[in-house]
Design a binder for this molecule. Structure first.
Ligand code: DGL
Length: 319
């Protein structure tokens, strides 16, 4: 039935984009909405801390960020669930055309990055608790690791502790509840302060002088963690290191397409220089998506990022 022009509701531009994207994420086809961008994802808004470091190191890169807030927190879910979500998001980004991806979530990395790498040809840069740098920095010989329950219980983290914990005491502290508070925009609340006192003070009493932020959400609690931990305690946030690693992988990727370059001959310094050369100035785009509520994501992400952001809906490839 024909509807009069006045009554006909055309989809908005944003809706058209979402429809295209929903199709392209579910079936392999020509339209690649994220062509040439780098895709980052996390269980929620925590990975914005990595996005910020990537943006400041390589401002000309086009970036796509997906917050899986509908399914946060990952840290209290089963391993099978975290694997399924990581594969769903990573492979959806690949189908949508990204040239590389960053798993901006420690929990997804330690439980699922192996499975993701086995299924994609793209460079996958991932974040895991920075236990090695913490061990080389501590003076007291005691290091605390703040992370999600699943991260602290994972085999990857146990292996890191065995490898680097010979002469250093490594205290793993699960911090349930913190991710939920950051997700709901309460990162500066009394509840956060109370939880942090509960989690951090015992580590300090046991002599920890170095704390690893083993969950990307905790970057946004850095100031409060510092206050609770007290003076002289070093906080280690690997966000900048992850951004540098992404730069190196992109440099390698672009060099691999040029002849006469042996990737084995390249050291970190030359790859860092190449990354700066490839992405010298600002003007890359940042597109933000959530699997959860758009209005909530817009408020919380804008607050964490420090400016007004537009967030779009990410059509979940598993639904
Ligand atoms: N940002 C995630 C991480 O780094 C939080 C995991 C969660 O959702 O519990 O582990």
């Amino acid at each position: 039935m024909w509807m009069g022009a006045g009554r006909r509701s055309w989809p908005s531009q944003a809706r058209i984009f979402q429809l295209h994207m929903a199709n392209s994420l579910q079936t392999p086809q020509l339209f690649k909405p994220f062509d040439g961008a780098v895709g980052l994802f996390d269980s929620g808004v925590g990975g914005l801390s990595i996005l910020r470091s990537v943006r400041s190191l390589m401002p000309a890169l086009d970036l796509v960020y997906v917050a899986d807030s509908l399914h946060a927190p990952y840290g209290e879910q089963s391993e099978a669930f975290i694997k399924a979500r990581t594969l769903a998001l990573g492979l959806a980004l690949e189908r949508a055309g990204v040239k590389a991806m960053v798993v901006a979530c420690n929990t997804a990395t330690v439980l699922a990055v192996k499975a993701l790498r086995a299924q994609t040809q793209l460079p996958v840069v991932a974040i895991e608790p920075a236990i090695k740098p913490a061990v080389s920095q501590t003076r007291s010989g005691v290091v605390g690791v703040l992370a999600t329950t699943q991260t602290t219980q994972s085999q990857s983290v146990q292996r890191l502790c065995e490898r680097y914990g010979t002469n250093t005491k490594i205290l793993l502290q699960a911090c349930p509840g913190l991710v939920e508070l950051v997700e709901s925009g309460q990162h500066q609340s009394d509840e956060v302060h109370q939880l942090l006192s509960h989690f951090v003070e015992p580590l300090i009493r046991q002599g920890a002088d170095t704390l690893v932020l083993g969950c990307t959400h905790y970057s946004f609690l850095k100031e409060m963690i510092g206050l609770v931990a007290g003076k002289g305690v070093e906080l280690i946030d690997p966000a900048d290191a992850v951004a540098r690693e992404l730069g190196r992988r992109l440099s390698l990727q672009s060099m691999a397409t040029e002849k006469n370059v042996d990737p084995k001959a390249l050291n970190h310094e030359s790859l860092d220089a190449q990354a700066q050369f490839l992405h010298p100035h600002g003007s890359g785009t940042i597109r933000l998506f959530t699997t959860g509520s758009i209005s909530q994501a817009q408020v919380v992400m804008s607050r964490l990022w420090g400016e007004d952001l537009v967030v779009q809906s990410f059509t979940d490839p598993l639904t």
